[in-house]
Design a protein around this ligand. Structure first.
Ligand code: NOJ
Length: 566
């Protein structure tokens, strides 16, 4: 069932490392990370043992959403370097056996993309229909409040429609107004996207992480959605995994990957995707995508008010969700495993207690699940949230839009700051902590976002040769997946589903059985799994001196163990 040791693709045994170029390493002192900075640090990635790098967007962009707003798909933004720098990076990675996965942002472009400039030039333009244009709501004066074609609210606040005075119609943008949505109904748009993807694959890239790719197909009836907490409508029924999504993804596969030698990696970022849908998207027989990023677990610590309505996570909810995804994809399909990325707060602060011990325990839990684990830069060090205390320090468009709207509605500033400190995306975007020097070895200039003051203790140089560091623990986890077929492919069975403190499960491949038990609290816990562990072997532990004698495990605070059952 599912992949076997013989036919499993490389990405079932590999860990993928995400580089957010703006914050990784700056080679030229302008305070912004760049491609040559990454190339200078490829040995860090090789040392960690990762199989691939996912590179967040480096294409030409006005950088309104840090590169997720592309103005030229075939060029590198000067802030990140040149195409020659890009080729050099690909070469340096490939020399070390590391593949490169590009970010593919094709739900929308920047409003500065020449396609959009031409589309908005006139209603008769040959590219008019490359974006989604609609007239004002019937009976309303175009451009007046409430005249938007639908009531949908965007992901970054405000309506999803912006009125264009010049041509008297509205264009759709599920994100910022400077990120107009492409019209995937138009076959020329699809052909352009596939041709562009082919050029990058010809250049040597090994796959794509597809930004919000399950939003590309829109239900053409464009109706109103139920009203949300912010007074705007939830239009998701019209664009989340829309009517033609499977057709478009299958066509993309056919036009880009079919007929090529080599095994690529495609991962679709899919907000709102259910496990039942993920099973269809990732069924290898359908040739759509290899795996998805879903968001169910990321939504467990929020209330009805949305992302910034922060609640305490219940461990039982996390187990129920991740357990359901493991079971749902056991026979067909595959998934990705992640705690951190450039859109999420740091896991060590979010569900850990900020300590290295909690970083290691959470890492152990995630990396022992079935799926492809993703490590976001700095996660392997136990980097923590940014600790920003003033609105002036925030840079992220989502955070700034949220703060402006919340303050305008009368939410007090302390509350807004607390929400941002917990959930804002800049938490993950502070510079990578290479060493204890002034700007953490990230730049010789002034970093675009301040380095976390804790870089004096949490950094690569301090952890590289310390066998007890978070970095060394991640290195062991990466190696384990590569070398242990049960970790990569074994069946997953959750244990202690009702326990609020301990996360436990087994992984089974034929008659080989691994037991994973993690105390996700700072207090010591005793766990009786009804299984005599005296003859079991210790595969991995977060704390030296784990004792296996009898059925009761005595776990210290944040202790996680992996044992091979006899
Ligand atoms: C998801 C990306 O991860 C996020 O950073 C971006 O803002 C949105 N998609 C829009 O592209």
């Amino acid at each position: 069932m599912g992949w076997t040791v013989e036919d499993a693709p490389w990405w079932t045994r590999a860990v993928v490392y995400q580089v957010y170029p703006r914050s990784f390493a700056d080679s030229d002192g302008d305070g912004v990370g760049d491609l040559r900075g990454i190339t200078a640090h490829v040995d860090h990635l090789a040392d960690l043992g990762v199989g691939a790098v996912w590179l967040s967007p480096v294409y030409a962009s006005p950088q309104v959403d840090n590169g997720y707003d592309i103005s030229d798909y075939d060029d590198i933004d000067p802030v990140f370097g040149t195409m020659a720098d890009f080729d050099e990076l690909v070469g340096a990675l490939h020399d070390r056996g590391i593949r490169l996965v590009m970010d593919l942002v094709v739900n929308h472009t920047s409003d500065e993309h020449p396609w959009f400039a031409s589309s908005r030039a006139s209603r008769e333009d040959r590219r008019r229909d490359w974006y989604v244009w609609r007239p004002a709501r019937a009976g309303h004066e175009p451009g007046t409040p409430g005249a938007e074609p639908t009531n949908w609210g965007s992901f970054f606040g405000g309506p999803t429609w912006t009125y264009d005075e010049g041509t008297g119609e509205y264009y759709l943008h599920l994100f910022a107004s400077s990120q107009p949505d492409l019209n995937w109904e138009n076959p020329q748009v699809r052909a352009e996207v596939y041709a562009m993807m082919n050029r990058w694959v010809d250049r040597g890239v090994d796959g794509f992480r597809m930004d919000v790719v399950n939003l590309i197909s829109k239900d053409q009836s464009f109706g109103d959605g139920p009203v949300r907490a912010d007074g705007l409508g939830d239009g998701s029924a019209y664009y989340v995994s829309g009517p033609r999504i499977h057709e478009f993804l299958a066509q993309m596969h056919q036009e880009v990957f079919a007929g090529r030698d080599g095994v690529f990696l495609t991962v679709g970022e899919m907000p709102g995707v259910t496990v039942e849908q993920a099973r269809v998207f990732t069924d290898p027989a359908r040739r759509e995508v290899d795996m998805v990023f879903d968001f169910e677990h990321m939504g467990l610590d929020r209330g009805p008010g949305g992302k910034f309505d922060v609640r305490t996570l219940r461990l039982t909810d996390l187990k129920a969700t991740l357990g359901r995804w493991q079971t749902g994809l056991a026979d067909v399909g595959w998934t990705s495993l992640y705690w951190d990325n450039h859109d999420q707060p740091r896991i060590c602060s979010r569900w850990g207690d900020g300590t290295p011990a909690s970083a290691k325990a959470l890492a152990t839990v995630l990396h022992l699940h079935r799926g492809t684990p993703y490590v976001y830069q700095g996660e392997e060090l136990g980097m923590t949230n940014a600790g920003l205390t003033s609105l002036d320090d925030y840079q992220d468009i989502e955070s700034l839009n949220y703060a402006a709207a919340a303050l305008a509605q009368g939410t007090d500033e302390a509350q807004v700051l607390a929400s941002l400190a917990a959930m804002g995306r800049d938490n993950a975007r502070t510079p990578m902590q290479w060493d204890a020097s002034e700007h953490a070895g990230f730049t010789t200039g002034t970093p675009w976002l301040p380095v976390n003051p804790n870089h004096t203790t949490i950094n690569v140089a301090a952890q590289r040769d310390d066998p007890h560091s978070v970095l060394s623990h991640y290195r062991r986890l990466v190696t384990l997946r590569r070398e242990d077929a049960t970790v990569a492919l074994g069946r997953f069975d959750m244990l202690l589903g009702d326990d609020e403190h301990v996360y436990a499960f087994t992984r089974t491949l034929a008659d080989d059985r691994l037991l994973v038990v993690a105390n996700l609290t700072a207090k010591a816990r005793q766990v009786d799994l009804g299984e005599d562990l005296t003859a079991a072997t210790l595969v991995l532990t977060t704390h030296p001196g784990t004792v296996l004698d009898g059925p009761v495990l005595h776990l210290r605070g944040w202790e996680a163990v992996v044992v091979r059952l006899a």
